[in-house]
Design a protein around this ligand. Sequence first.
Ligand code: ADP
Ligand code: MG
Ligand code: MG
Length: 313
Amino acid sequence: IAEKEGTTPISKSSFKLNTVVSITLYDSEDERIIDEAFQLCDYYENLLSRTKKESEIYQLNEKAHNSYTVSDETKELLTKGFLYSQLSDGAFDLTLEPLTSLWNFGSSEERLPSPDEIKEALTHIGYQYLKLDGNTITFEKDGMGIDLGAIAKGYIADKIKEFLVSKGVNSAIINLGGNILCVGEKPDGSAFKVGIQKPFKDRNETIAVIEIRDLTVVSSGIYERFFTVDGKNYHHILNPSTGYPYENDLTSVTIVTKESVDGDALSTTCFALGLEKGMKLIESLPDTYAVFITSDYELHYTKGFKENIKIVE
Ligand code: ADP
Ligand code: MG
Ligand code: MG
């Protein structure tokens, strides 16, 4: 009896969602599946982007002062974003668009806004003024807008996983600009190894490596998108009460959990909450673990992390 030949993994990368998207299939040689997954990225970008004029979120931001009806998928993600806004008491806020489009991190228009501009933008922010009634969305304040940048990549990763599984793929890694979600385990039964990046170092310099099966690993950090003015770093996770980046001694937060949308939401939320409150929140959630890195490069693991997630380095 001939031994069953293992297929070699196939991998493709493409610039999507304003980042590098890589998909690796370990148990299929059909490249068309990856191409279709890339098309899914385009589909969701055209639904969820706050900057693309034809997107549903762009249209919503233009029109929801008189109510606007969105698709089921957009509603699903808005509902998630609303829940995390409530859960964090507004430290995470999905209505941050008036502020994020002022700073414009990651675009060619990124800049340090004036204190007056920030003060003005803050008057248009607040998830409490967002009304979700079925698929009908209403802004109850002038000039409001939605920014799903903190959760969209996780959501899209989950949708890609669903798609891959529907195509019979049982072993794969989905990487949306460092937002990692794996499908199953490697064909030989071993786990996937995922590195946690050392803040401010090269992408491939890791501070820890963990083993995962069927889980997501998502990080938020001050080294991802930032610029410097007069020697001061301004990063892209903003405090909705001051209008400026959070300053709390954290350099990154990495979440390990089942669904990538939760990992994405929680990494941003924990960054916003800071070390103490963030640890507490994660320890209150089932099957969710986190490692916080402070500016001294110290690693802080939540309770149960080391018992449930194998750290190999
Ligand atoms: P990344 O963009 O590297 O995936 P995050 O998932 O942490 O990082 O998302 C950061 C993005 O979320 C920002 O670029 C902005 O669009 C949005 N954002 C920034 N601050 C907040 C906040 N306090 N609450 C909700 N969304 C935020
Ligand atoms: Mg993210
Ligand atoms: Mg996030």
